[in-house]
Write a protein that binds this ligand. Structure first.
Ligand code: FES
Length: 128
């Protein structure tokens, strides 16, 4: 004997429960797990530079200057004005400079030809 199929007989017997507000944190956590984490094949950009004979490496924060990023990460850089006028924050970039913006007017005026040798004012230098 053939079994008759009806619309009701085709519905899943174990329908998933409706989503509740309690599911929201789990969904957010799952979504954030899709964000790429730093990996050895895709490392976080790092700047390497020297100031007054000491070497530093800093992972610049996109909304901060190189000086503020370095200070926040525990580097004791020399600086004074943070306005691009005293020149005390001058650093010489060694590696990673491609992620920085072009020198601004204060840097050009204060450093002149030193910019061509990789010198920058850490208080004025920002990420692209
Ligand atoms: S702290 Fe004075 S020029 Fe950067």
């Amino acid at each position: 004997m053939k079994k008759a199929l009806t619309v009701g007989s085709l519905k899943s017997q174990s329908a998933p429960a409706a989503a509740s507000e309690n599911d929201a944190p789990q969904k957010a956590e799952k979504a954030s797990s899709n964000v790429a984490e730093p990996h050895e094949n895709h490392p976080v950009p790092t700047l390497y530079f020297i100031q007054n004979g000491s070497a530093y490496s800093v992972r610049p924060d996109k909304d901060m200057t190189l000086l503020d990023s370095a200070l926040q990460q525990g580097n004791e850089l020399d600086f004074k004005c943070k306005k691009g006028t005293c020149g005390r924050c001058k650093v010489q970039l060694l590696k990673g400079k491609t992620i920085l913006t072009e020198p601004n007017d204060q840097e050009k005026e204060k450093l002149d030809n030193l910019i061509n040798q990789g010198f920058r004012l850490a208080c004025q230098t920002r990420l692209k």
